[in-house]
Design a protein around this ligand. Structure first.
Ligand code: G3P
Length: 217
């Protein structure tokens, strides 16, 4: 499973990247706003740091302008994936940009039928939003499962990029289902290392190290 980091914060990406845990990065207008940075400048910095795909999202809603924006975004670096919304115009832009040989991430996916039609339009990645479905008492993980089944039934190459991940359990369930990629905030990725029994066990070991005056260096 590939790990993408869902942020435009350079320091947070660098910390995980140094551990070899960053297979790519996803950004969106809200994350760019949060960073306080210019979209082109910050995306360029991220692309220079990370070798895998870096998703940068268009701002237009009509296909023609989305295509023009996408063509500008791909000039930033070779590893740009143009992110377009799952609208009819977004699908048109997806088809043109993917036919041009660019990676396209189709975002804001909330149904299996949307994922099916994005694959037909040549999407490189489909981004189903788990957390936002859970927020309205629907089952985000059921969507990941349905898309996995549909893509496997027909051998679609589009990669399932599980997004809007809010917890370690979302990552675990995505991995069990077989999502190709998860994108999560840095804090959620780091939380995968946590377990209370690890903390408890370490506390006991530290007590014993002190009691027995165990030294290595
Ligand atoms: O990159 C899009 C997605 O991951 C957003 O997540 O938490 O804002 O629903 P969230």
């Amino acid at each position: 499973m590939k790990f993408f980091v869902d942020t435009a914060e350079i320091d947070a990406i660098a910390e995980l990247n140094d551990l070899g845990m960053v297979d790519g990065v996803t950004t969106n207008p809200s994350l760019i706003k949060k960073s306080g940075r210019d979209i082109i400048e910050v995306t360029k910095e991220i692309c220079a740091m990370v070798t895998g795909p870096v998703s940068a999202e268009v701002t237009a809603t009509d296909a023609e302008t989305m295509i023009a924006e996408g063509r500008k975004l791909v000039e930033i670096a070779e590893n740009i994936a143009v992110k377009v919304p799952l609208t009819w115009d977004g699908l048109k832009a997806c088809k043109v940009l993917s036919d041009d040989g660019h990676m396209v991430n189709v975002t804001l996916c909330f149904s299996a039928n949307q994922a099916l039609i994005a694959a037909k339009a040549g999407a490189t990645f489909i981004s189903p939003f788990i957390g936002r479905l859970d927020d309205i008492n629907l089952d985000g993980m059921e969507l990941i499962n349905d898309i996995r089944q549909i893509y496997d039934n027909y051998g679609f190459d589009t990669e399932i990029l599980a997004a809007s991940i809010r917890s370690a359990n979302h990552i675990l369930d995505s991995a069990l289902i077989g999502a190709d990629v998860i994108t999560a905030p840095p804090a959620v990725i780091k939380s995968l290392a946590n377990h209370p029994l690890t903390d408890k066990g370490l506390a006991t070991f530290l007590d014993d190290i002190k009691a027995a005056d165990i030294k290595i260096l």
